[in-house]
Write a protein that binds this ligand. Structure first.
Ligand code: DLZ
Length: 155
């Protein structure tokens, strides 16, 4: 799954939290596996990775807010799968989770990666959470480690 568009990074001492939504868990488990693989490739130690679960994507922002307040982590990866159904729920949840995640990131000046997929059907979800290239959990984790590394250069 390794992808050249991502830098080789050394995240040995970074502490990372992952917030995984349980809704559509088969998909979010795939995203989580991708994220864990990326963190391993970036040298992050297992003991420095904490995985938390919340019921659905809607709950991700408030949980991330608590993580940010704790000041225990260098960054957070959010994992969720919002899949369009028969009602307008999809639009509301997608907007709430997206706005909420960037708000926590900016309010707390803490890197928070967006590993929440918002897709029109299960096929798109499977494609973005599988073990091939294009796993969005993997991409989010790689982006997070790169962002933390860059921010640390200006500290
Ligand atoms: C209720 C709901 C629906 C319809 N769809 C999704 C979804 O596609 N992805 C997701 O992560 N969560 C969904 N949820 C659950 C909400 O995120 C939330 O957990 C509930 O509305 C309870 O607040």
């Amino acid at each position: 799954m390794r992808n050249n568009k991502f830098k080789q990074l050394n995240g040995k001492n970074l502490k990372i939290a992952i917030t995984q939504a349980r809704f559509n868990q088969k998909i979010t488990d795939g995203l989580l596996n991708g994220a864990l693989k990326a963190l391993k490739e970036s040298g992050i130690q297992d003991k420095n990775i904490k995985v938390f679960q919340v019921p659905g994507s809607f709950e991700i922002p408030v949980f991330c807010q608590s993580l940010a307040k704790s000041k225990k982590f260098d960054g957070i990866i959010t994992i969720g799968a919002v899949i369009q159904g028969q009602t307008a729920h999809f639009e509301y949840i997608s907007k709430a989770v997206t706005d909420g995640i960037i708000r926590v990131s900016l309010d707390y000046n803490l890197p928070v990666a967006f590993g929440v997929i918002t897709v029109y059907n299960i096929k798109q979800a499977q494609k973005r959470s599988g073990s091939d290239k294009g796993n969005k959990g993997y991409e989010a984790a790689m982006a997070l480690v790169e962002l933390i590394t860059e921010i640390n250069k200006i500290k």
